[in-house]
Write a protein that binds this ligand. Structure first.
Ligand code: 1GP
Length: 254
């Protein structure tokens, strides 16, 4: 039985049982509320299932609040994707309560969570346990979180992180290439993670999520075929909004 604390997660898992999901990421440091509202509306039209709000650098409370409120008007659930414990807003539905599995810095492994927990409680945010795994390029997220990114050509290492993430209670297992990555997480890393997580019996309980550098329907299709449950795109909605629907469709229909 889904408790109050797991409302959105249960809804997403239930929706996943009927088909793959797509999330659109908006960074409040780069995008103001007006544009965020437009992006979220376009994302809803394109078939996105949720809006993620967050960024690695320079995001203020006010910016987060403004973007979350604007994104809510799309009717989609809005989930915080925090770069640190201060990225919070009471207007969001939930927060990816994430640990950076391959960080060297205790702040990103457990301290941000300890400092963020009372904020999530006070603001009434559902905390979705998330195992965040940075692969290859890593972008600002990888640099700021002091990750040791998993090499592109080592899918078995990504899979071990994914399995450990599921065993540690992660419900979103998030393979991240970094925003603007020159190439996405390799499908081999997704496939190896899918195989191991399923073999260990976590299949229906976790959402294997992948993001960073996905710009084409072909890339989206390959990640779907490799076994991803959720695709996240950010840059696409800002830079080539016309392509967003195509990418979402390719991912969902593969
Ligand atoms: C979400 O960081 C990504 O996982 C977003 O990446 O901006 O490259 O789509 P893009």
């Amino acid at each position: 039985m889904a408790g109050k604390r797991r409302r959105l997660l249960e809804k997403l898992l239930e929706r996943r049982s009927r088909g793959r999901l797509h999330f659109t990421l908006i960074d409040p440091d780069k995008t103001g509320p007006v544009e965020a509202g437009e992006i979220a509306a376009r994302a809803a039209e394109a078939g996105s299932d949720a809006i993620l709000v967050g960024g690695s650098i320079g995001v203020t409370f006010e910016e987060t609040d403004g973007v979350v409120k604007a994104a809510k008007r799309s009717g989609l659930p809005v989930i915080l994707f925090p770069g640190g414990h201060t990225n919070a807003s009471r207007h969001a539905d939930a927060v990816l309560f994430l640990t950076v599995m391959n960080s060297d810095n205790p702040y990103y492994i457990v301290q941000a969570q300890i400092l963020g927990a009372p904020l999530a409680l006070k603001l009434g945010l559902e905390a979705i346990p998330t195992s965040y795994i940075i692969v290859g390029y890593g972008g600002a997220a990888g640099f700021v979180a002091r990750a040791r990114p998993i090499p592109y050509e080592k899918p078995e290492l990504a899979a071990l992180h994914a399995l450990a993430g599921a065993m540690m209670g992660g419900r979103i297992i998030y393979l991240e290439a970094g925003s603007g990555a020159p190439k996405p997480v390799p499908p081999e890393a997704v496939a190896a993670s899918r195989k191991l997580v399923d073999a260990a019996g976590y299949g229906g309980e976790v959402l294997l999520t992948v993001g960073g550098g996905v710009r084409t329907p072909e890339a989206a299709r390959m990640l779907a075929e490799a076994g991803a449950d959720v695709l996240v795109t950010g840059t696409l909605a800002e830079e080539s909004p016309g392509k967003l629907a195509e990418v979402v469709e390719a991912f969902k229909s593969a």
